[in-house]
Design a protein around this ligand. Sequence first.
Ligand code: ADP
Ligand code: ASP
Ligand code: MG
Length: 447
Amino acid sequence: MKVLKFGGTSVGSTASIYNVKRIIQSIDGPKMIVLSAMSGVTNYLVTLIDEIKNKNHKEIINLNAALKAKHIELLDELIKDPDKYTEARTGLNLLFREFDDLLTCEYSENNANRILTFGETLLTYIFSEYLFSSSIKNKLLNAKDFMHVGNLENPETSKVANRLNPFLNSEEKAPIYITQGFVRIDKFNRISTLKRGGSDYTATILGAALNAEEVQIWTDIDGFHNNDPRYVEDTHPLANLTFEEAAELAYFGAKILHPQTISPVIDKNIPIYLKNTFTPDLPGTKISSEISEKGLKAISAKDGITAIKIKSNRMLMAHGFLKKIFEIFDNHETAIDMITTSEIAISLTIDDTKNLDPIINQLHNYGDITVEMDHSIICIVGEGLIEDSNTFKLFEILNEIPVRMISYGGSLNNVSLLVASKHKVSALKALHKSLFKRNEEALVSCY
Ligand code: ADP
Ligand code: ASP
Ligand code: MG
């Protein structure tokens, strides 16, 4: 079994859905297709939920009508046969009725999650009907029946497998299964999500649950680039990444993958291929356990980082001090990303500020506390990176950008820098120039 995930832009228009069908048909063997909502739809649902909170009935009616019109238009364009269209439209109307009911309820978190995940529900239904209308046999599975993910950071994929297998082993086998990305059932059996961009994570959780041959993530770019193409020019796709490299880059902000995508498949050694729906013949990126080349590979950046400094000239070097500090973060279930120490101070970073106030209150017992918001971690990654003879060049950035913290040597494969977010783009560009551009220029001058 192969798992194929198609993201929002890959299913954002009739033309791109034709591409998706062609890609699916070109791949041999049984397939599990994971679909996101059409691009823009989940953002739209976020707005709708805000209007429900504000009890803005007029806006709710307008947004609901536009959302329905978008999906009806898609169905109109995809299914031309009148009988098949009528049948598919009847099913779509039933889903619309279910959606209308959700919109009339009072705001609750539970209801909000049902609404938020409805984009995937609508699109998978339409796509399945479209394949049927093209005489392509398939089975639509409801992800809420099996995507039981109690622990967001550490999904029990064997539990997902136990729930999923009866659907796959039923009398009525299908060569193509279709299901929704993003949605999950939480530990209280409520509908929830895998967080924004979570369909990538659905794909690898299912990949592990199914012991899939491979997971393919189809998106709007030709693979994992060596820097963020939204901010830096002249980035290029990487042919190979190791699981560790990709996990690090995704965790530290590379938008192409949800931060947790890699972890479910590492132990089972299931490769992930990143491919472009619009140029399927290009090779894309293979993420696997194979180390193809050592040294500097790629840069990513994660925003929304808060730096906390604890200054204490009395206790810092006393043994047990760090333990007490870490316990405070642990008790508030807050992960620390970076840490540096000096004789009198310790600086660390967090991205989840939900419990910042109680954490700071407790830290006050141990010294003077400074909190700085709006920072970004820049992550530079590559197997054996810190042994690469070019790595020293990254410190040239210190000439141009005020760097708040540096983490070097924690692993051989990663160097992280903390900068104020207002310097992020210039830092990404400066690093790209000093780490990659000069290598390329040197290569060109050799020929
Ligand atoms: P999808 O809707 O298919 O899930 P996303 O928008 O979530 O697609 O992810 C693809 C986008 O990620 C690309 O269009 C690109 O702008 C952005 N991106 C950020 N960093 C990288 C990177 N290092 N390599 C490739 N794309 C990246
Ligand atoms: N539709 C969801 C989102 O926009 C999940 C995804 O696209 O992966 O966040
Ligand atoms: Mg995405």
